[in-house]
Design a binder for this molecule. Sequence first.
Ligand code: COA
Length: 181
Amino acid sequence: MDHFRLLVRSGKELGAYQKKEIKELCRLAFKEEEGGYPDPSLSDGIHFVGKRGLGLLISHCMVVDRSFSIGGKGSFTMACPTALATHPDYRGRGYGRMTVMEVCRYYEGAGYDLIMMTTEETRWFESLGWIRWKGPLALDEPRSGLSPFSRPVPMIYRLSKTPPISLRDDLTVVCKGGVAV
Ligand SMILES: CC(C)(COP(=O)(O)OP(=O)(O)OC[C@H]1O[C@@H](n2cnc3c(N)ncnc32)[C@H](O)[C@@H]1OP(=O)(O)O)[C@@H](O)C(=O)NCCC(=O)NCCS
Protein backbone atom coordinates (compact mmCIF):
# COMPACT_ATOMS: atom_id res chain seq x y z
CA MET A 1 0.00 0.00 0.00
CA ASP A 2 2.90 2.35 0.89
CA HIS A 3 4.27 2.31 -2.62
CA PHE A 4 1.00 2.85 -4.43
CA ARG A 5 0.88 5.85 -6.73
CA LEU A 6 -1.75 7.09 -9.13
CA LEU A 7 -0.69 8.68 -12.38
CA VAL A 8 -3.08 10.77 -14.47
CA ARG A 9 -2.48 10.57 -18.22
CA SER A 10 -4.44 11.52 -21.31
CA GLY A 11 -4.98 8.69 -23.79
CA LYS A 12 -2.70 10.49 -26.23
CA GLU A 13 0.17 10.44 -23.70
CA LEU A 14 0.05 6.67 -23.25
CA GLY A 15 2.57 4.64 -25.21
CA ALA A 16 1.77 1.37 -26.96
CA TYR A 17 3.18 -0.69 -24.06
CA GLN A 18 1.09 1.15 -21.44
CA LYS A 19 -2.05 0.71 -23.54
CA LYS A 20 -1.35 -3.00 -23.86
CA GLU A 21 -0.83 -3.27 -20.06
CA ILE A 22 -4.14 -1.49 -19.38
CA LYS A 23 -5.97 -3.68 -21.87
CA GLU A 24 -4.56 -6.80 -20.21
CA LEU A 25 -5.56 -5.58 -16.73
CA CYS A 26 -9.13 -4.95 -17.93
CA ARG A 27 -9.25 -8.34 -19.65
CA LEU A 28 -8.29 -10.00 -16.35
CA ALA A 29 -10.56 -7.84 -14.19
CA PHE A 30 -13.64 -8.18 -16.39
CA LYS A 31 -12.95 -11.86 -17.08
CA GLU A 32 -12.85 -11.22 -20.81
CA GLU A 33 -16.48 -10.13 -20.90
CA GLU A 34 -16.87 -8.99 -24.47
CA GLY A 35 -18.32 -5.51 -24.59
CA GLY A 36 -18.36 -5.32 -20.78
CA TYR A 37 -16.19 -2.22 -21.02
CA PRO A 38 -14.97 0.02 -23.84
CA ASP A 39 -11.52 -0.53 -25.27
CA PRO A 40 -9.35 1.16 -22.62
CA SER A 41 -6.55 1.70 -25.09
CA LEU A 42 -8.57 4.24 -27.05
CA SER A 43 -7.03 7.69 -27.20
CA ASP A 44 -10.24 9.26 -25.93
CA GLY A 45 -10.25 10.12 -22.25
CA ILE A 46 -8.11 10.57 -19.17
CA HIS A 47 -6.57 7.48 -17.60
CA PHE A 48 -5.99 7.05 -13.87
CA VAL A 49 -3.23 4.49 -13.65
CA GLY A 50 -2.46 2.89 -10.27
CA LYS A 51 1.07 1.54 -9.92
CA ARG A 52 2.70 -0.35 -7.10
CA GLY A 53 6.32 -0.99 -6.21
CA LEU A 54 8.58 -0.72 -9.23
CA GLY A 55 5.71 -0.07 -11.59
CA LEU A 56 3.29 -2.99 -11.52
CA LEU A 57 -0.09 -1.87 -12.88
CA ILE A 58 -2.78 -2.81 -10.35
CA SER A 59 -5.64 -0.41 -10.93
CA HIS A 60 -7.06 1.67 -13.73
CA CYS A 61 -9.98 3.91 -14.60
CA MET A 62 -10.65 5.74 -17.85
CA VAL A 63 -12.77 8.88 -17.76
CA VAL A 64 -14.42 10.37 -20.82
CA ASP A 65 -15.85 13.85 -21.26
CA ARG A 66 -19.56 14.32 -21.85
CA SER A 67 -22.11 17.05 -21.36
CA PHE A 68 -25.70 16.80 -20.19
CA SER A 69 -28.97 18.69 -20.17
CA ILE A 70 -31.83 18.51 -17.69
CA GLY A 71 -35.34 18.35 -19.17
CA GLY A 72 -33.81 19.44 -22.48
CA LYS A 73 -32.37 22.58 -20.91
CA GLY A 74 -28.84 23.76 -20.25
CA SER A 75 -25.48 22.25 -21.05
CA PHE A 76 -23.41 21.03 -18.12
CA THR A 77 -20.06 19.27 -18.00
CA MET A 78 -19.98 15.60 -17.08
CA ALA A 79 -17.12 13.17 -16.42
CA CYS A 80 -17.94 9.52 -17.14
CA PRO A 81 -15.61 6.91 -15.58
CA THR A 82 -15.45 3.54 -17.25
CA ALA A 83 -13.18 0.47 -17.36
CA LEU A 84 -12.55 0.75 -13.60
CA ALA A 85 -10.52 -2.28 -12.63
CA THR A 86 -8.30 -3.61 -9.87
CA HIS A 87 -6.03 -6.54 -10.66
CA PRO A 88 -7.73 -9.68 -9.25
CA ASP A 89 -4.67 -10.46 -7.05
CA TYR A 90 -4.89 -7.04 -5.36
CA ARG A 91 -8.62 -6.71 -4.63
CA GLY A 92 -10.06 -5.72 -1.27
CA ARG A 93 -7.02 -3.68 -0.26
CA GLY A 94 -8.44 -0.23 -1.00
CA TYR A 95 -6.83 0.34 -4.41
CA GLY A 96 -10.15 0.58 -6.27
CA ARG A 97 -11.48 2.98 -3.66
CA MET A 98 -8.37 5.18 -3.88
CA THR A 99 -8.63 5.22 -7.66
CA VAL A 100 -12.30 6.27 -7.67
CA MET A 101 -11.76 8.86 -4.94
CA GLU A 102 -8.90 10.37 -6.96
CA VAL A 103 -11.18 10.54 -10.03
CA CYS A 104 -13.80 12.41 -7.94
CA ARG A 105 -11.17 14.74 -6.46
CA TYR A 106 -9.68 15.46 -9.90
CA TYR A 107 -13.02 16.39 -11.52
CA GLU A 108 -14.07 18.45 -8.48
CA GLY A 109 -10.81 20.40 -8.92
CA ALA A 110 -11.38 20.71 -12.67
CA GLY A 111 -14.75 22.39 -11.97
CA TYR A 112 -17.01 19.76 -13.57
CA ASP A 113 -20.75 19.74 -12.91
CA LEU A 114 -21.34 16.01 -12.37
CA ILE A 115 -19.79 12.53 -12.53
CA MET A 116 -21.87 9.64 -13.88
CA MET A 117 -21.20 6.01 -14.68
CA THR A 118 -23.13 2.80 -15.20
CA THR A 119 -22.13 -0.22 -13.14
CA GLU A 120 -23.20 -3.55 -11.65
CA GLU A 121 -21.18 -2.79 -8.49
CA THR A 122 -23.87 -0.56 -6.98
CA ARG A 123 -23.25 -1.38 -3.31
CA TRP A 124 -19.56 -0.74 -3.66
CA PHE A 125 -20.14 2.67 -5.29
CA GLU A 126 -22.83 3.57 -2.72
CA SER A 127 -20.25 3.00 0.02
CA LEU A 128 -18.13 5.69 -1.71
CA GLY A 129 -20.90 8.30 -1.81
CA TRP A 130 -22.40 7.53 -5.22
CA ILE A 131 -26.19 7.53 -5.69
CA ARG A 132 -28.40 5.52 -8.06
CA TRP A 133 -30.01 7.60 -10.77
CA LYS A 134 -33.76 6.98 -10.87
CA GLY A 135 -35.05 9.23 -13.64
CA PRO A 136 -35.23 8.73 -17.41
CA LEU A 137 -31.86 8.84 -19.16
CA ALA A 138 -31.07 9.31 -22.83
CA LEU A 139 -27.83 9.21 -24.72
CA ASP A 140 -27.44 11.62 -27.62
CA GLU A 141 -24.82 10.28 -30.04
CA PRO A 142 -23.82 11.78 -33.39
CA ARG A 143 -24.37 8.53 -35.34
CA SER A 144 -27.44 6.99 -33.71
CA GLY A 145 -29.13 10.13 -32.35
CA LEU A 146 -31.19 10.00 -29.16
CA SER A 147 -31.71 6.63 -27.43
CA PRO A 148 -32.79 5.69 -23.88
CA PHE A 149 -30.35 3.81 -21.66
CA SER A 150 -30.54 2.43 -18.14
CA ARG A 151 -28.11 -0.51 -17.95
CA PRO A 152 -26.31 -1.74 -16.03
CA VAL A 153 -27.24 0.78 -13.28
CA PRO A 154 -26.60 4.51 -13.75
CA MET A 155 -25.04 6.17 -10.73
CA ILE A 156 -24.02 9.75 -10.06
CA TYR A 157 -21.50 11.47 -7.83
CA ARG A 158 -22.39 15.04 -6.96
CA LEU A 159 -19.74 17.76 -7.08
CA SER A 160 -19.85 21.22 -5.53
CA LYS A 161 -20.87 22.69 -8.92
CA THR A 162 -23.66 20.14 -9.52
CA PRO A 163 -26.83 22.08 -10.43
CA PRO A 164 -29.95 21.43 -8.33
CA ILE A 165 -31.13 18.19 -9.96
CA SER A 166 -33.59 15.70 -8.56
CA LEU A 167 -32.83 11.98 -9.03
CA ARG A 168 -36.00 11.61 -11.15
CA ASP A 169 -35.27 14.42 -13.59
CA ASP A 170 -35.12 13.78 -17.31
CA LEU A 171 -31.41 13.77 -18.15
CA THR A 172 -29.78 13.62 -21.58
CA VAL A 173 -26.10 12.77 -21.87
CA VAL A 174 -24.49 14.22 -24.97
CA CYS A 175 -21.70 12.19 -26.50
CA LYS A 176 -19.80 14.11 -29.17
CA GLY A 177 -17.57 11.23 -30.22
CA GLY A 178 -15.51 8.32 -28.90
CA VAL A 179 -17.02 5.73 -26.60
CA ALA A 180 -20.48 5.89 -25.05
CA VAL A 181 -20.86 6.08 -21.24
C1 COA B 1 -15.00 -3.10 -8.30
C2 COA B 1 -13.47 -3.18 -8.11
C3 COA B 1 -12.81 -2.11 -8.97
C4 COA B 1 -13.17 -2.95 -6.62
O1 COA B 1 -11.76 -2.84 -6.48
P1 COA B 1 -10.99 -3.17 -5.09
O2 COA B 1 -9.63 -2.61 -5.24
O3 COA B 1 -11.13 -4.60 -4.77
O4 COA B 1 -11.88 -2.35 -4.08
P2 COA B 1 -11.42 -1.79 -2.64
O5 COA B 1 -10.45 -2.75 -2.03
O6 COA B 1 -10.98 -0.40 -2.79
O7 COA B 1 -12.80 -1.84 -1.90
C5 COA B 1 -12.98 -1.11 -0.76
C6 COA B 1 -14.02 -1.77 0.11
O8 COA B 1 -15.09 -2.36 -0.66
C7 COA B 1 -15.18 -3.78 -0.37
N1 COA B 1 -15.50 -4.42 -1.66
C8 COA B 1 -14.65 -4.81 -2.63
N2 COA B 1 -15.33 -5.32 -3.68
C9 COA B 1 -16.64 -5.24 -3.36
C10 COA B 1 -17.86 -5.58 -4.04
N3 COA B 1 -17.82 -6.16 -5.24
N4 COA B 1 -19.04 -5.32 -3.42
C11 COA B 1 -19.09 -4.75 -2.18
N5 COA B 1 -17.97 -4.39 -1.50
C12 COA B 1 -16.77 -4.64 -2.07
C13 COA B 1 -13.82 -4.14 0.14
O9 COA B 1 -13.87 -5.29 0.96
C14 COA B 1 -13.47 -2.91 0.93
O10 COA B 1 -14.19 -2.87 2.13
P3 COA B 1 -13.51 -2.37 3.51
O11 COA B 1 -13.02 -0.97 3.23
O12 COA B 1 -14.63 -2.43 4.48
O13 COA B 1 -12.42 -3.34 3.75
C15 COA B 1 -12.92 -4.60 -8.47
O14 COA B 1 -13.68 -5.57 -7.78
C16 COA B 1 -12.93 -4.93 -9.97
O15 COA B 1 -11.94 -4.67 -10.68
N6 COA B 1 -14.05 -5.53 -10.45
C17 COA B 1 -14.18 -5.95 -11.87
C18 COA B 1 -14.43 -4.79 -12.78
C19 COA B 1 -15.66 -3.99 -12.38
O16 COA B 1 -16.72 -4.54 -12.12
N7 COA B 1 -15.53 -2.63 -12.37
C20 COA B 1 -16.57 -1.71 -11.93
C21 COA B 1 -17.49 -1.26 -13.01
S1 COA B 1 -16.71 -0.39 -14.37
